[in-house]
Design a protein around this ligand. Structure first.
Ligand code: IP8
Length: 276
């Protein structure tokens, strides 16, 4: 058992659009999953860091949530929302099971912590009770995995908790000084903005600061079914993460060894967002 409790933590978001084909329900991108998992394993075994993995919903969680309007909360006009709530959670568990198995078959210890049982929305807002469990897993040398999930509210009601919102909560709760960076793995080289001199082109932003994130117009190459606000929803959470002075990096998981290099602090073609 490898105790690296003092090591810094890299939070890795495996985006749903990277892990799955968002346009075909329940379809995984097997090669993308295998390659990213091998890189996380290699980095965690050879580099002085701990990983916490969070994954998105892709073509598992989003279409089901959309079908039953789970993201819009309790609605008497929508039939069978109770079943939809359960099915959305189950879809996420299904995708999570696929990812989990890819680590375990390689003999690498990971454990899933279901967000629906660690996050609750009460009258004061979002409440997170999973810090002790995450600390224990890190201490035991087991990499925690969380994922976007359904969120239960007092009222009673429900909504969808994105993986990005989970990451913000982890950063706040574990303490920004322990988190060296948050890496978003997706299927583009980084964040693109429209080219002001040519409306048919986009420019990859290599570096961005906190202040530049406000009112940033991001080009979305190929918008997908998304109940958590797409790239705009993501950027809202990212802004709050960067405000904690935690650097954020967006990179292309399809480029061989990109993720390993980024965890190792090597330069890769990507967008890096820092506070200043
Ligand atoms: O893909 C969404 O998580 P995200 C989770 O991180 C569900 O926004 C259940 C759709």
């Amino acid at each position: 058992m490898k105790n690296k409790l003092q090591s810094s933590i890299t939070v890795i978001k495996l985006g749903g659009s990277f892990l799955t084909d968002k346009n075909i329900p329940n379809s995984v991108r097997k090669q993308a999953i295998e390659s990213s998992i091998k890189q996380i394993i290699q980095a965690t075994l050879t580099l002085d860091h701990n990983a916490i993995i969070v994954h998105g919903g892709g073509s598992f969680g989003h279409p089901m949530a959309l079908k039953y309007k789970i993201h819009q909360g309790l609605d008497t006009e929508t039939p069978n929302q109770d079943l939809g709530l359960a099915l959305t959670h189950h879809k996420m568990e299904e995708l999570n099971g696929i990812i989990l198995s890819e680590f375990l078959v390689r003999g690498f210890p990971v454990m899933s912590l279901p967000p629906a049982s660690m996050f609750y929305h009460n009258s004061k807002g979002l409440n997170f009770t999973g810090k002790p469990q995450i600390e224990s897993l890190l201490e035991l040398g087991v990499t925690p995995i969380l994922y976007g999930d359904v969120l239960l509210h007092s009222s009673p009601n429900f909504s969808i908790l994105s993986g990005d919102r989970i990451i913000l909560e982890l950063c706040k709760s574990l303490g920004p000084s322990r988190i060296s960076k948050v890496i978003f793995v997706f299927d583009e080289d980084g964040l693109y903005i429209p080219d002001p001199s040519d409306s048919t082109c986009n420019i990859l932003k290599l570096n961005l600061s906190y202040s530049q994130l406000e009112n940033l117009e991001i080009t979305q190459k190929d918008p997908k079914i998304d109940v958590t606000g797409g790239i705009e929803g993501k950027l809202q959470e990212v802004r709050k993460i960067v405000a904690l002075e935690i650097p954020v990096q967006f990179l292309n998981g399809n480029v061989p060894n990109n993720l390993f290099k980024a965890i190792d602090g090597q330069k890769v073609r990507s967008t890096t967002i820092s506070y200043k």
